[in-house]
Design a binder for this molecule. Structure first.
Ligand SMILES: [Zn+2]
Length: 145
């Protein structure tokens, strides 16, 4: 039996969609996120440079008040050591509690409008079937409409 005579179990649109998601996960480092990294690590992206934000704690405060550490999100592009000693972005860190509060507020408002969720779901399914790449819509640490 040759390869062309075997029916596909998964349609090509789903294969492309899965490959795109795996690539996005790899690029934004969503795989193997440690619990201390922060809820939004890899889910928020710098508006200026497009690199993912990652969670971090402030070490000096952690030494003084370990139970009340300051968490923040930092743009990967702002780390010079990752780019041969020269950062590609100069965006500053964002406080974790504030960013998570903003995102949670937007998630709550979205959940109060189930029609918006359904519309977005249908739009993305349509894109996957058309073979279009998933939108790269998280260019800032905010959820956009
Ligand atoms: Zn950046």
């Amino acid at each position: 039996m040759d390869r062309d005579s075997v029916p596909s179990l998964v349609d090509s649109g789903n294969v492309r969609s899965c490959r795109g998601q795996l690539e996005e996960n790899r690029r934004r480092k969503r795989n193997h996120v440690p619990a201390r990294a922060g809820l939004l690590q890899g889910l928020t992206v710098c508006r200026r440079c497009g690199y993912a934000y990652y969670g971090k704690t402030a070490p000096r405060i952690a030494q003084i008040r370990p139970a009340n550490t300051l968490r923040y999100y930092r743009c990967t592009g702002a780390d010079g050591y990752r780019f041969n000693g020269k950062a590609v972005c100069h965006n500053g860190p964002v406080r974790g509690d504030q960013l998570e509060q903003v995102v949670w507020g937007q998630v709550r408002s979205l959940l109060e409008e189930p029609d918006r969720v359904a519309d977005e779901y249908r739009r993305r399914i349509g894109q996957a079937h058309d073979g279009a790449a998933m939108p790269d819509e998280n260019r800032s640490p905010q959820i956009t409409r």
